[in-house]
Design a protein. Sequence first.
Length: 285
Amino acid sequence: MKIVIAFIKLKLSNQGGLLNMGKSFTDSLKLNDGNRIPLMGFGTAGLKGREAEESVAYALEQGYRFVDTSPNYGNETDVGKGIHTALNESIKREDLFVLTKVEREDMSVEGVRTSLEESLERLNLDYLDLLIIHAPDDDDAVNIDTWKGLEAVLESGKVKSIGVSNFTPDNLGPLLENAAVKPVINQVKFAPGTVDWETKKYCESRNIFIMAYSPIKRGKLDSDVIRKLAKKYHKTPEQIALRWTIEVGTIPIPRSGNKEHIRDNAELFDFSLTEDEIKEVNELN
């Protein structure tokens, strides 16, 4: 309970930068390196082939500007095709935010460089907006070495920002002590009822955004709290969950291959939850 109360205070002080947010999921947030990231992204885990290509293109046509992928998803080529399908006079590469990851087998200085080049080739892009370590190694020395590799590609200009994923405070502590550049985000599993408040608080105190993967799939969408809010605001449980992830200062990346769901996931800005309602959802944990 103390963590929940502390977080509410954090929100009121605008620590997460989302209070007084914009009116669209295409609005952006300022990262700790000065670059900006859209308020919500489009996840692609589990999407492959034509479904991945068409879903990405459709999402971008619907106004999404942030796409998340990974070598482990086996869809970077398809995601790249979807991006290029959507590019036109009104959607330019510089308007987009593209994120991919460094996998465990590439966790070394040289491995990062090779992984980046291969991802850029598959995506058919000249640069990435964000490159992150997909998961920490058990050995802090490997994480630190890999981070040095990310800092090196950052210097090259082929990556604009760097971050991590699935890192706990125990993983982040040694990395931050040895880093010349701070991670801009930590991408973690985050949904109603599935929150590591300690990691969230640790990252926010260091101006590192939490990016929420699986913000719908692994949440308690069948809870009385979520159902009550969905009825009150005439929204789906999924929309309530996504709105909550934004209200508590995270950047959600919902994934869907369904066009109706892709549209619905973006319709979050015609309502807002009260502080008491946010607290109710927090306590589902």
